[in-house]
Design a protein around this ligand. Sequence first.
Ligand code: CA
Ligand code: CA
Length: 193
Amino acid sequence: MGCNSSTLAKIHNVEELILETGFSSSHVCHLYSRFHSLDKDDKGLLSRADFQTISELAVNPLGDRIINAFFPDGMDLIDFNSFVRTLACFRPVEESQKKELNSPEPINSRTNKLMFAFQLYDQDKDGKISNYELLQILRMMVGVQVTEEQLENITDRTIQEADLDGDNAISFEEFKKSLEKMDVEHLLSIRFI
Ligand code: CA
Ligand code: CA
C-alpha cells in the first residue's frame, strides 16, 4: 500500500494523532498498513489473537503481558488510534526532545517508558510490585537451570535493594530510582514493524 494523503484521510483525527505521538505522517501511514495486515477480518479493530501472529511477541516470554498492555480496562478490541498511541511509548527519545525541559511530557518520555515496563510487572494494578509478582516475571524470563530456591533469593534481594520505605514491595518511584542509570531504550526494544 502506498503512503499518500488518501491513506491519511482514512484515519480518524490524524492531525491530533501525529501531534500527540510524535510519529511522522509517513510513519503513521506505515503503521496503518501494518495494522491492516494484522486485522484479518478487516473490521478496523485488532484482537489479542491478531497480536499473537507477531512472531517477535510470540517468542517473547512477556509477550502476553505486552499484548495486554495494548488493551486498557479489559477491552477485547482496539482501534488504529489506540494502537498507535501505545506504540508511541516505544518510540526512541530524540536528541532535540531531551533539551526541551519545559515542554509537556511527551508520550515516549523516559517516565512513560518506565511506566509501561512497570505495568508489565504490576499485574494486580495496586501500584506496587510485590515479591510474588517479581518472582512470576523472573520465572518466565530465566531458563530451567535456575532452581526455585535461587529464584526466590534473587527476588528477595532485588526487592530489598529497591525497597526504600520498607513495605517489602516496589512502588513506581522506587522502580524508577533503581533503574536511574539504566538505558531504558533497551528495556523496550521490541520491534513491531
Ligand atoms: Ca502489584
Ligand atoms: Ca517499597
